[in-house]
Design a protein. Structure first.
Length: 137
């Protein structure tokens, strides 16, 4: 039994129309160099300044230096967990930190996660991290 070309085309068109999967575009790059807690990443074209980057293995970073072909990112976790050739995913989220009275006296990591007593506390809200430029006379 032979299938004609037109039948194949109509079958493919019908399958495409019935496809219900959601597509999510993600900007992905690769680490080309790591040193002193900073990763140089190639291939992240749409990344924003101060955007959180996902290195995988629960390691995050912050895009700091945006060049035409490379992105410099500060690694916010264990820098030994990031190796040359690793994939890096853009999150689209500008860095935020938890703020509120419940943080007073707490020891936290750069993103506000607890480092001592590992207890969870109620955070009032998240606020954008404001970076200040210091001027020296």
């Amino acid at each position: 039994m032979a299938i004609r070309g037109q039948e194949i085309v109509s079958l493919i068109k019908r399958q495409i129309e019935e496809f219900g999967g959601d597509l999510t575009l993600v900007d992905v790059g690769s680490v080309v160099q790591v040193g002193d807690g900073v990763a140089s990443i190639q291939g992240l074209q749409g990344v924003q300044s101060n955007e959180l980057l996902d290195f995988g293995n629960d390691v995050l970073g912050v895009a700091m230096n945006l060049e035409s072909d490379l992105v410099g990112a500060a690694i916010l976790g264990d820098p030994n967990a990031v190796k040359e050739g690793d994939r890096v995913r853009s999150t689209g989220q500008i860095i935020e930190v938890p703020v509120g009275e419940s943080l007073v006296g707490r020891v936290v990591d750069p993103l506000g996660g607890p480092l001592m007593a590992k207890d969870l506390w109620e955070l009032l809200k998240h606020g954008r991290l404001k970076l200040l430029r210091l001027t020296w006379w």
